[in-house]
Design a binder for this molecule. Structure first.
Ligand code: B1M
Length: 210
């Protein structure tokens, strides 16, 4: 089995204690950090398919998520560009009712690597908390919202509506993303930008803050 295959299996099986060493071995073997990350993201996709087909259940999804987090910890120094310039402040969070944070954490990490200071509000963040955070940080340039469930898309819509109604709206840009989100949905709810993955989120953040 190749090192990348091993990483993939350890994620799908949720082996949090073993994944760190396997990721390190893949890197030592010459694998690009981005290739290891793509392998881990694909493995989470496999976990999602297995869940959808009732082959595994929430506890297995949870252990896979833990393994993913451990793997990302080892990868992080290899993915971050360590940009010295400060591009501005970004507030990010997963919307109310939604507990998924792996994708949001990756977006935060890539945006940080692009030179931004990131204020991460975590998961299950009510709309008012985003507003409060912008008020506490009037120099913030971008607010990023993540949602992974079709059932929390309305919470994303509500959050964008609340942000759009705020007096500071002219000075911030709102970015949205997450597996069920589309450009069409982003346009419909009045967000400034949608991106499909963490790397393009960081690129878009740079464009919006320029
Ligand atoms: Co959940 N879950 N989950 N889950 N889970 C999904 C999302 C699901 C698709 C699985 C499936 O059925 N195939 C399904 C949603 C179905 C739907 O809504 N249509 C689902 C479900 C149903 C549920 C529960 C309802 C299950 C239950 O309890 N019966 C429950 C809901 C809990 C809640 O949130 N209230 C639930 C719970 C969980 C766990 C807690 C067990 C765990 C999350 C742990 C954690 O995050 N800490 C979990 C997991 C792990 C998954 C899957 C398997 C993996 C998600 C993930 O981390 N993907 C997922 C299946 C799947 O995605 N295929 C699934 C990897 C990650 C890197 O990708 O998050 O998409 P992603 O992020 C990408 C892009 O989307 C984008 O960039 C990221 C990196 O490139 N992106 C942005 C994300 N945010 C962005 C923001 C941006 C820009 C881009 O700008 C700001």
């Amino acid at each position: 089995m190749s090192k990348l295959e091993e990483v993939s299996v350890l994620i799908t099986k949720g082996k949090a204690k073993l994944i760190g060493a396997a990721v390190q071995e893949a890197l030592d073997d010459g694998c690009e950090a981005t290739a290891v990350l793509d392998t881990m993201i694909d493995a989470m996709g496999v976990v999602g398919e297995q869940f959808k087909n009732n082959e595994i259940f929430v506890p297995e999804m949870l252990v896979a998520a833990r393994a993913m987090k451990k793997g990302v910890e080892v990868l992080k120094p290899h993915l971050s560009g360590g940009s010295a310039s400060v591009a501005g402040k970004v507030i990010i969070g997963t919307v109310a009712g939604d507990l998924h944070d792996i994708g949001k954490n990756l977006v935060a990490m890539m945006i940080e690597s692009a030179g931004f200071e990131v204020i991460d509000l975590g998961v299950d963040v009510p709309a008012d908390k985003f507003v409060e955070a912008v008020r506490e940080n009037p120099d913030v340039k971008i607010v990023g919202l993540s949602a992974l469930l079709t059932t929390t898309m309305p919470a994303m819509k509500n959050t964008v509506e609340v942000l759009n109604a705020a007096d500071f709206r002219g000075s911030i840009k709102v970015m949205v993303g997450g597996a069920p989100i589309t450009q069409e949905f982003a346009d419909e709810i009045g967000a400034d930008a949608y991106t499909a993955d963490a790397a393009s989120a960081a690129q878009k953040a740079k464009e919006l803050a320029a």
